[in-house]
Ligand binder design. Sequence first.
Ligand code: Q9C
Ligand code: ZN
Length: 680
Amino acid sequence: MATGTALIYDEEMTRYKLLWVDPACKIEVPERLTASYTALQKQGLIQRCVPLPIRQATDQEILLAHSEEYLEAVKKTPYMSLEELMTFTQQYGDVYFHPNIYHCAKLAIGATLQLVESVMTGQVRNGMALVRPPGHHSQRSAANGFCVFNNVAIAALYAKKHFNISRVLIVDWDVHHGQGLQYCFEEDPSVLYFSWHRYEHQSFWPNLPESDYDSVGKGRGAGFNINLPWNKVGMENSDYLSVFFHVLLPIAYEFGPELVLVSAGFDSAIGDPEGHMSATPEIFAHLTHLLMPLAGGRLCAILEGGYNLTSLAQSVCQTVQTLLGDPAPRLSGLSSPCESALESMQCVRAVHRQYWSCLKHTAETLIPEPSTKRCRLQEGDGEGPGAPAQKEEEAQEVEWPEPKPRPAPSIRTAVALPAGVEDSVPEGCLHVTGTPLTPKEAEKGLRNPNLGELKDETLLQSLGSVLSLLDKIGKKEIRNGLAVVPDVSIATACAVQHAVSSLTDRVLLVFLGDGEVPVEITDEGKVLAVQICSKEPEDRKSKYHVPVCLKQQGGSDVPGFLQAVLGLLLPLAYGYDPGLVLEVLGEGSGVGEGALAHLTSLLQGLAQGQTVALIQRGSEGETLRATVSSLREDPVPALGPLGAPLAENTQVIEEQRRRLQPQWGLLRAAGDTGPAAAEH
Ligand code: Q9C
Ligand code: ZN
């Protein structure tokens, strides 16, 4: 199993800068790297990463994505005079050359390839490359947008060539459209390119019609290019998360990448002078965390933009700390995405529904006209190209709180197991045995206590151990825990009771299996219960009880299960912001250990990773091993490309989404008016 997080950096890449006056380029400064690196050092994160040696790219590597003529032209720049450099620069848009930039550009590619190589060979699990110049705007024969060579494009082509893989996912969370990446892979179905970007109906740089949602790829690559335009500034954490839940993640899971490359630009964070967005640095912990279960954990983040040095450094730290496996910070106050984000999501889902099974059910629609045309219709309403552009100088300096430190309990996972199953969990877990409860104590949490049952010593012992796990989580001695229990209903009831009375205001109960949820679910909201089962439960207790009854046809419907997790459970869970997650594996859930491992892993993004998993004795087997492994944040085995979910399961999931949307805004994936209504 691959472990460790690589970090690649070399000071040499700070040794070029803008040598003349150009307002468009003055934000791309060497301090971008030093500020990021220093922040990582201050947080003690550098020391925890595996340092990788840097190297220069070879001509052959550069030629994977660029033309010979262009390479030969750039090769001459180290020998040019200032005047010659200025002239050379002028043929491209929003970029500058310097005598040392060619050297740095070769190092930026080399760093990226070293990272990809060490991830693909299993030397490390994942990693980040801190590089300059960035890459995603550069094209086959052109520099553009501070980019000389396309680091990430070369990385994807290199990975395909040397490691014989056929599916690479590129997630471009930079606030600009990586048009260079789009052009490179437009016709290539083996590279799925996703980009969100400030667009404002084409009035934002690079002002291309092909950055809109209706560019889906060409020829055999149709469906493998996904553009999510932001048509307003000020997008928040809720907007970013919604796009992950309802657009990127379902498609990414269906695609089943073997490697994930992140074009990690942080100009999409608050405070950035280019992006003008409002998502906080902490969001990058979650974006990273949500991508980590893909491709068996093989994730490489490569720096692109990010021009507010404070916001950039904080965001880089959030990303690296998540790659290292530390618990993600809680995101409080998430709400519904804004109407403009909803409209963009609706459009991109509609144009991609013909390519992706996970979107088949979305509105056939009445796709709104592409954004630019819409805008022309709306001219005069104060937005769009007709509106006066905001001058950078006038832009308000925004402030945001510094992200809190993210201490990680020294023990990640503790287990409480009955005799006989101890050796089926990996080494390195703490084994916990609590003081047995008295029957009186055990009775407290139960709705219909069967006092006869409560005399059973094994049961009382296991309940004591469950509470001991909870207390250790409360004291931050452990991050999470797992118990195999003789009666999962009683254990759940006791655990919930104990948690709400002494640990937290909000418990998320994820109950997999049939039968009654053994806890009183009231409208007070102290417990949100999501039950994934195969038989319709008899009572729907309150709006805080969400039953999702998935049919199975010869084994479980893994695509349907994931659809429920990504489109329903995670949006509910993030909106609820629990202080503890209780994951209960009863009987009859029909969920295989592969999909279960993904669920457990994704749930670690909530409640700072504070999870207790309860497994019914007798059904442990592979489930136990897979769950412990996910709790420890070991890499989750990839599921491979997924087929279509069962139509009736999609229907069940959509029905719940519709029912719950008014209260849980993160469930929304389409606008309020117009074609939205047709979605169902
Ligand atoms: N207001 C990257 O983020 N436009 N490149 C500057 C100044 C160019 C961004 C306009 C932005 C290029 C990697
Ligand atoms: Zn950018």
